[in-house]
Design a protein around this ligand. Structure first.
Ligand code: DNO
Length: 346
């Protein structure tokens, strides 16, 4: 296992000199943020992240994300050009030593929450999700500001995009994903990169938009679309775990050989399609992180791990879910879990 930490680049208030002081931190997870989805990442931008990381004793082996443009998810006329660009970006990343690329296939919205700073009993605040509150929002009014959501759309563009998706069935989305994988997985293999699709968060459809990377049946289907180690999963426990039907320790073991990258965090399910993000330890939420780590190791997992969304604690402010303190506590806890399971025998 290699412990990593997400870094949003030079504008990230969590700096590399702080990240490097978290015990056992081996590298950063980052991306080129100033190139529109569908265009090729400049070599200089990739080299710059690598140099910055290495100047702080950290490796740059994992990218999160190379975004898949909506045009490609929709199978639109510009998709072939954009898929070719995606493959070129992978080649350049491979040349720079990147070995794993995380991406997602969620239409329009990335991860979705109804609250960004719900107060918790201990004075922390955290991201939370309540389906009723989400459905009461009109995304076309942009009432919700989400860190993962591309807010560069105007209201009209968002409306037009959502209408294009209304004509797209789940089967169409699967077909478009197959088209992407057929081109991208061979390019990744050549570049020495393992692709790791991120599950949909939360793992069900929203606002009438289809979501497919959600459950065991669909993960099986996804992995069989292209049966290669380069076609893998980001095992995000907070995303998959929002659905009580997903038995995470079992799935971790089952898929371990196809999991290059794991996002390990906890959530507390508070009702039907309601949850809030909590501290990483098992005792804080609904997920058994110990059993998940044991499942991963039993299945032979040997990839990159990162703590995921943290709460805001100790008065920290910053990018929701991505402060320093609670994520650093998460990393320390996960290091302990891995050490205990590895030394105790899986
Ligand atoms: C949220 C993240 C996601 C993830 C993308 C991967 O914190 O886990 O935004 O980076 O879905 O493409």
């Amino acid at each position: 296992m290699k412990m990593t930490f997400r870094w949003y680049g030079e504008s990230d208030p969590v700096t590399l000199d702080k990240i490097r002081q978290i015990p056992r931190m081996s590298g950063i997870v980052s991306a080129v943020y100033d190139v529109p989805p569908g265009e090729v990442w400049p070599r200089e931008s990739i080299a710059r992240i690598k140099a910055q990381a290495e100047a702080h004793g950290l490796a740059f082996e994992v990218v999160e994300s190379v975004p898949v443009p909506e045009e490609v998810k929709l199978g639109g006329p510009d998709a072939p050009r954009m898929i070719a660009n995606y493959c070129e970006t992978l080649r350049r990343l491979g040349e720079a030593g990147v070995q794993c690329v995380c991406y997602n296939f969620m239409p329009v919205f990335d991860w979705l929450r109804s609250e960004l700073a719900r107060p918790q009993a201990d004075g922390a605040n955290a991201l939370a999700y309540d389906e009723a509150a989400v459905l009461a929002m009109n995304p076309l009014e942009s009432e919700l500001s989400l860190p993962g959501w591309d807010e560069s759309y105007t209201k009209e563009q968002l409306g037009a995009l959502m209408r294009r998706y209304q004509a797209l069935s789940e089967d169409d989305l699967w077909r478009n994903l197959q088209t992407v994988l057929s081109a991208v997985v061979p390019a990744a293999e050549e570049a020495g990169i393992r692709m790791a699709i991120h599950p949909d968060d939360p793992p069900w459809g929203i606002f009438g938009l289809p979501r497919i990377i959600t459950c065991e049946e669909n993960l099986d289907r996804f992995l069989s679309l292209v049966d290669s180690p380069a076609n893998g999963l980001t095992f995000c426990t907070g995303s998959l775990g929002a659905s009580p039907a997903n038995d995470l320790p079992r799935l971790a073991e089952k898929y371990a050989a196809r999991i290059p990258f794991a996002h390990l965090r906890n959530i507390l399910r508070t009702g039907e399609r309601q949850f809030e993000e909590v501290g990483h330890p098992s005792a804080c939420g609904s997920l058994d992180l110990y059993a998940i780590v044991r499942g991963l190791l039993r299945g032979g997992f040997d990839g990159w791990v990162r703590p995921d969304h943290g709460r805001m604690i100790w008065g920290e402010t910053g990018r929701y879910g991505y402060g320093l303190y609670d994520r650093a506590l998460g990393a320390a806890y996960l290091n302990g879990l891995f050490e205990a399971v590895e030394r105790g025998g899986v």
